[in-house]
Design a protein around this ligand. Structure first.
Ligand code: NAP
Length: 240
């Protein structure tokens, strides 16, 4: 089959949803994973013939296996994996509980490890693949009161670079996109005043849209010579 098959985790809302839509509009077949937001996932499926939805908590190995099995039973191959599912968590470092730690690390980092491990046998067999991990600028520069989140994202970037080296000879490219402040439910907690202050600190004086990240995903999917990179899409917020 010449059409490319993409799994996008956490595709029911926000950035993952924009990524799934943009790939579908460009003729990719998308397996859009969701966990809790069934209504949003169904709306997405109804909008596109070439989007399938699959419920799985990607922090759980058994559910990840089912997601990958579903895709391979249907299409026999996986060309693209976007590890996007994630949650944030804000607290002082000394207030972090073991439960907070496990929740964020399992959802953000273990999930990327686990889904990647499950798709790799097929990509290695085909000597073809593109893996894109959605990290965060906080993984690059650290964030006060968001240490577990930043640790999880730095871990993803380290996985990206290590895997790019390990999998390059098998023609599998691995990159991270590190978004800055993007207008999604994740940032609903911020007031208009907070957002205006943030815009003031961003060189381009605006916050990002999920579509800004989706465009970069499409570019990385179609590129053939980029691997091991962490691409910050943040309006210049954290130039370093
Ligand atoms: P969002 O609007 O809160 O959406 C999060 C998505 O992740 C939802 O589709 C949710 O699915 C899914 N998800 C969460 N836990 C999951 C699990 N255990 N299994 C499967 N899916 C799960 O967040 P967003 O802003 O789009 O964030 C997407 C990614 O971008 C995250 O990795 C986030 O860390 C990263 N990011 C976001 C920003 C930003 O400013 N927004 C900045 C930097 C990085 P359900 O609702 O179906 O459970």
């Amino acid at each position: 089959m010449s059409q490319k098959i993409a799994i996008v985790t956490g595709a029911s809302r926000g950035i993952g949803r924009a990524i799934a839509k943009n790939l579908a509009k460009n003729d990719y077949i998308v397996i859009a994973n969701y966990n809790k937001s069934e209504k949003e996932a169904l709306e997405l499926k109804n909008e596109f013939n070439n989007i399938h939805i699959f419920k799985a908590d990607v922090s759980k190995r058994e559910e990840v296996k089912q997601l990958v099995e579903y895709t391979l039973n249907k299409y026999k191959k996986i060309d693209i994996l976007v590890n996007n599912a994630g949650i944030d968590s804000q607290q002082l470092f000394q207030d972090i509980t073991d439960e907070d730690w496990q929740n964020v690390i399992n959802t953000n980092l273990y999930s990327a490890f686990c889904v990647t491990q499950e798709v790799l046998p097929n990509m290695l067999h085909n000597k073809n693949g593109c893996i894109i991990n959605i990290s965060s600028i906080w993984g690059l520069v650290g964030s006060s009161c968001e240490s577990i989140y930043s640790i999880s994202k730095a871990g993803i970037d380290a996985m990206t670079k290590s895997l790019a080296k390990e999998l390059g000879p098998s023609n599998i490219r691995v990159n991270s996109i590190a978004p800055g402040f993007i207008d999604t439910d994740m940032n609903k907690k911020y007031s208009i005043d907070d957002i205006n202050n943030i815009k003031h600190d961003i060189p381009l004086q605006k916050i990002g849209k999920p579509e800004d990240i989706a465009k970069c995903v499409k570019w990385l999917v179609e590129d053939e010579f980029t691997t091991g990179q962490v691409i910050a899409i943040d309006g210049g917020w954290q130039i370093h």
